[in-house]
Design a binder for this molecule. Sequence first.
Ligand SMILES: [Fe+2]
Length: 229
Amino acid sequence: MLLVVGNIRGADGGSPIRWTVVSGSVACPAARVALAWSVGGRSLAGMVSDLVECARAVAEVRLVSLPRRWAHVQGVAARASDVAAALDCPHSAEIVAAAWLHDVGYSETVAMSGFHPVDGALFARAEGFPEHVVSLIAFHTGAEEEAAERGLSDSLSLFAAPEAGDLDVVTFSDLTTSVDGAPIGADARVAEILDRYGPEDPVHRAVSASAPRLLASARRVEALLASAG
Ligand SMILES: [Fe+2]
């Protein structure tokens, strides 16, 4: 049992409310955790927020200073939410949480190696997010090819490969959302990335290598959406 905070004041400004984590994460204060607290000898129990809201809040804190990136991330999360609902994905909360956090590694307060999927995944793990969310962040949108291009393939071995269908949804959502958060076709998005990063940039070379796999991922999700009606 871990003490989280002990200085929240009651509504009357009187006795501090003592929060004690009895299960779940302590690193992310808004994560889904079961709490027990006592005020003046009374005991209550409750839940704090949910996984998706936690991911959104953490992403906003880290990315709001990057307005264009934050706009993109909001678009990706909205897309992932719509797709996961349409496909009735069993791990929809993890998928949408990963969509909120997939680019958190770009935050200057998070970046360490400069390889944003791994930086973001390590950050999310340290924040207490579930390993399924962490692995989706680590492997999203061609991360394997970019890791190879940067000589950082070993860094991905820190994470288990995510469930392929869930990764498809995160990657599809990223590929069909522009840098400004607007809907875009996957082919146009890949072309835009190749144009934005010059031929000598590792991102350009990595996306050139991963494009067939990325577009196949998008096609699989499009087919599932079409069959789901
Ligand atoms: Fe992205």
